[in-house]
Design a protein around this ligand. Structure first.
Ligand code: IPE
Ligand code: IPE
Ligand code: MG
Length: 243
């Protein structure tokens, strides 16, 4: 008997490996980033089909400014182009876009594009797609603490959580990193406290539906204990009887 896997409510992905995908084909790195946009479109659709409610992706880190200037400017252009091209379809597909990250250092054109994409998709309900752009987990914690301090509010776990970039969604159940590296690279430091991690050797442009299903399947076989014992978890949720 095949048992259908437990689908995570919220999946977060470090979309890594675009540069290597391109270099292996003797293409400029930006060609890999373009292919990465196609992979994200496919992944978002697959998440809707599988009943995932929230998808959060890491698109540009606080540290990615340190890359060669032409790659950085290419990524900014690609974001603006992808917004113009993808938003009408995302709107039809019921995807609600949120951008998470520091916006002030982005160009006015990109800032406007982000705000317009969020406004255009604000009523959608099939999938929340959080795009972490100019994002770092340390930035997120520090900006949350700074905004609480500026308002004279006490700093607690709950108040910090509500001042952070992903306050509108529950924490990720599953964090996937493609590209074979086993590190967090300053992604969701606060929110991934109890996430399950899945590392895939596939480069992001090659991460297709079957790779997503493999990650979901692995997730569904994990025992999430949140500090409790296995016995406590099993007595609260005994395995359903077969049949
Ligand atoms: C991830 O792919 C996308 C960004 C960081 C913008 P990379 O560009 O890091 O690809 P690799 O790791 O060099 O292959
Ligand atoms: C993490 O990938 C950031 C994104 C995927 C946007 P990097 O390629 O920047 O991470 P490192 O430098 O290998 O840790
Ligand atoms: Mg990388």
């Amino acid at each position: 008997m095949s048992v259908s896997p437990v689908v995570p409510h919220h999946i977060a992905i470090v979309m890594d490996g675009n540069g290597r995908w391109a270099t292996r084909r003797f293409l400029p790195r930006l060609a890999g980033h373009k292919q990465g946009v196609d992979s994200l479109r496919r992944c978002a659709r697959a998440c809707v089909q599988r009943g995932v409610c929230v998808l959060t992706v890491f698109a540009f880190s606080s540290e990615n400014w340190n890359r060669p200037a032409d790659e950085v400017s290419g990524l900014m252009e690609l974001l603006a182009m992808a917004l113009a091209r993808e938003v009408p379809q995302l709107k039809k597909d019921g995807v609600r876009l949120h951008f998470v990250g520091e916006r002030d250092s982005l160009s006015p054109k990109v800032q406007n594009g982000l705000a317009q994409a969020e406004a255009a998709t604000a009523d959608n309900t099939s999938l929340v797609l959080n795009v972490c752009f100019n994002y770092g987990g340390r930035w997120d914690i520090a900006q949350a603490a700074a905004s609480l301090a500026a308002r004279g509010e006490p700093i607690t776990e709950a108040s910090l959580h509500s001042a952070m970039g992903l306050a509108h969604v529950p924490d990720p159940d599953l964090v996937i990193r493609t590209g074979g590296e086993m590190r967090i690279s300053n992604f969701l430091l606060w929110q991934s406290a109890y996430s399950e991690f899945f590392f895939s050797d596939r480069l992001w442009p090659d991460f297709d539906e079957s790779a997503l299903d493999e990650a979901i399947d692995a997730f569904s076989r994990r025992e999430r204990r949140f500090g409790k014992t296995s016995e406590q978890i099993l007595s609260a949720h005994p395995d359903p009887m077969p049949g």
